[in-house]
Write a protein of this length. Sequence first.
Length: 339
Amino acid sequence: MSRTRLRTLSVIIAITLFIGCAILIIQMIRLTKTAQKQFGLSPISLFQLATDGEAMVKSNNGRVNILLLGVGGGTHEGPDLTDTIIILSFHLTKKTLSLISIPRDIWSDSLKDRINSAYHYGEVKKKDGGLTLSSIIIEDIVGIPIHYAMVIDFSQFETLIDYIGGIDVVIPTAFTDTEYPIAGKENDECGGDLTYACRYQTLVFEKGLQHMDGKRALMYVRSRHAEGGDGNDFARGRRQQDVIVAVKTKILLLEPWYHPDMSLHLFVAFDKATKTDLTVGQLLALIKLGTGVKPEDIQKISIEPYLEVAPVDKYERYALDPKESFEEIRTFITTALEK
């Protein structure tokens, strides 16, 4: 090949590379502007998300703690009372996740009520104040910092589970709940029936692996009147932990990051079902971190052994108190997280 032709070819290759780089830079600028406009992600945030998501979230001693609340929403009785209270504690370097279930009926001297009312009182006092007050109350009980909080509307969460095709949950023991409330019949007079039987339906869950759609999964985590130990808040806390893990597992199996349409639908469904003080960038960073947690690195923590039912005349309602002290509960949680 002559020198002239070689030079011409080199010039063509150089021009092609220049144009390709220019197009890539333009696309990156467009992507950055779109991310900043729609999601509040700055160029620095995008870089952190792509390289080191940990830099985007607050943490203490390598842990970031998120308070997860679940409310009935919709027309459910007590729509802003929290049926679910769980702390998700990520260890950023060990890539582990701890789920700490907090029974909703623990009494709070600060609130002069049970802790499941904190979100309600916070919302009444100030718009979007429910997450703040709940974080303060729960932080006082568990003794670890709450960095972020999120509330899930169960009436919308059902749709999210249906979108991913349901979840698979292993039920440890069979149970029957004969008093599961039927939505919309909370005030039905039942034709004068003083037992108000028409307000309820019977749920039966068999032992073993069960595939659940959104409606069934919601029943599983909210059931409260099963006989024996499966009818208390501690059992509900365990079931809620199992469903959270099942949702995470199913989403990872679907690999939505390879399917843009699926990712968008999941984001929209999640956005409708939740309210949080996390920014989109922080949420995406935590999702990125969560995908790196293996099933065997998920720890489930229950404070059941450290609680007891308070005498009825003490608070004039059903409530839970520490057997010894809240300090004992805080020490147990801190020790469990160090394992």
